[in-house]
Design a binder for this molecule. Structure first.
Ligand code: FES
Ligand SMILES: [Fe+2]
Length: 397
């Protein structure tokens, strides 16, 4: 296109993509939201990949994905090739999915490994705890050893991982506080729900927005009357409260949760021994950066927000119960109904998160304004993200 179609004084054309975070770091009353570039610019996306996702504890998958000894599942998280492995003792390890020899991807598809994980290139083999077991012909034909190939130094690169509520969290750069400290607020608040969980059902969908918009929208109940009129008919705006921010944790709750009933009056059994609060209470917090949780007396769900680029994400939803679904086939229909309800509620949010994403291309948008009363958890998240990015900029993240 000829230059003269973009005269220099054309509004917007000369406005640089700013990533000045000073406005976000103000108190809620005067703060601005994160600048547009944090939702659209590939360089900022890469920066946040390091300083927000890799420097903290991000959710990448579920322990139930690899239930049996030898199960190995590759997971690519923001371009980082990971391998989740269930070892012979029932432990779960997360490794970089690359061979220590020439960096070949080790496992391409979910599989059950019999014996060892064999690299498809030159057949170096690793045990289920990542140890290098064999290096065929490495010292010449028929010579499987070489003095410079020290097997005890060449195990798979382990990534820090922690399983909480069946969610696999990883801290890829290894610098975060131990998970129980990092998530202390969430773990303490949700300790009532520390019960055995049985996986029920799940589904995933793609959403055309930056991962943060999915989280920001989930954090607040302000949108319920307009976006979720069905939910709002029994759980009104005034029935909600904010779950107070404690580091990497914020969200909202309701005081009028109603359990689901089937056509014949059937209900899910509650989690055992919950305090009375949960008879009608339900909470919807986020463990920052990308794990959205839903606690009810009779089921629990998790939504992992998995970034696929600056303007695309996948939401992976998994629903858990306090009973083993295999033992209660009479509740299959009710479970299907529950899954369908959450699918429809979460999909009601699509047009707003995708609309906000398109809104982030408006060059004069200034990050927006928070209601100091209704938007606090969303503000907490913005503030936390800005802090992580600043930390990366200060310490070279
Ligand atoms: S790259 Fe794996 S054995 Fe050579
Ligand atoms: Fe919503």
């Amino acid at each position: 296109m000829p230059d003269d179609q973009f005269p220099e004084d054309m509004p917007g054309q000369m406005i640089p993509q700013s990533s000045d975070l000073s406005g976000v770091l103000q108190p809620v009353e005067t703060a601005r939201g994160l600048p547009n570039a944090h939702y659209t610019d590939p360089d900022i996306y890469d920066e946040e990949r390091k300083s927000v996702m890799f420097a903290n504890w991000a959710g990448i998958g579920f322990a139930f994905d690899t239930p049996n000894a030898g199960d190995a599942m590759p997971v690519e998280f923001m371009g980082m090739p990971l391998l989740v492995v269930r070892d012979g003792d029932g432990g779960l390890g997360v490794f970089q999915n690359t061979c220590r020899h020439r960096g070949m991807i080790l496992v391409e598809q979910k599989t059950n490994v019999r014996g060892t994980i064999r690299c498809p290139y030159h057949s170096w083999c690793y045990g289920l705890k990542g140890e290098l077991r064999s290096t065929p012909h490495v010292g010449g034909p028929g010579q499987n050893l070489h003095e410079n190939i020290k097997r005890n130094e060449l195990g798979l690169t382990e990534i820090r991982s922690y399983v909480w509520r069946d969610i696999i969290y990883v801290n890829i750069d290894g610098t975060a506080a131990p998970f129980p400290d990092y998530a202390a607020g969430a773990m303490a608040r949700m300790k009532d729900h520390d019960k055995p969980l049985y996986h029920g059902d799940g589904f995933s969908f793609e959403v055309k927005c930056n991962w943060k918009l999915a989280v920001e929208n989930y954090c607040e109940s302000y949108h319920l009357p307009w976006i979720h009129p069905g939910l709002n008919s029994y759980s009104r705006l005034e029935d909600h409260y904010h779950v107070k921010n404690d580091g990497a944790f914020a969200g909202q709750g309701t005081k009028v949760f109603q359990g689901m009933q089937g056509d014949n009056g059937e209900v899910f059994p509650d989690f055992n021994g919950l305090p009375e609060f949960w008879d009608k209470g339900a909470e919807y917090p986020v463990v920052f950066p990308n794990v959205m949780l839903g606690f009810q007396r009779d089921h629990f769900f998790t939504v992992l927000v998995l970034p696929q680029g600056p303007e695309k994400s996948i939401e992976r939803v998994e629903i858990f119960y306090g009973f083993d679904p295999a033992e209660r086939p009479d509740l299959d229909d009710l479970r299907a109904k529950n899954t369908a309800q959450w699918k429809s509620v979460l999909k009601e949010d699509l047009f707003v998160v995708e609309g906000m994403q398109r809104g982030r291309h408006a060059v004069h948008f200034d990050g927006g304004k928070f209601s100091p009363v209704m938007d606090n958890p969303t503000y907490d998240f913005h503030h936390w993200v800005a802090k992580q990015v600043e930390k990366g900029r200060t310490f070279g993240g």
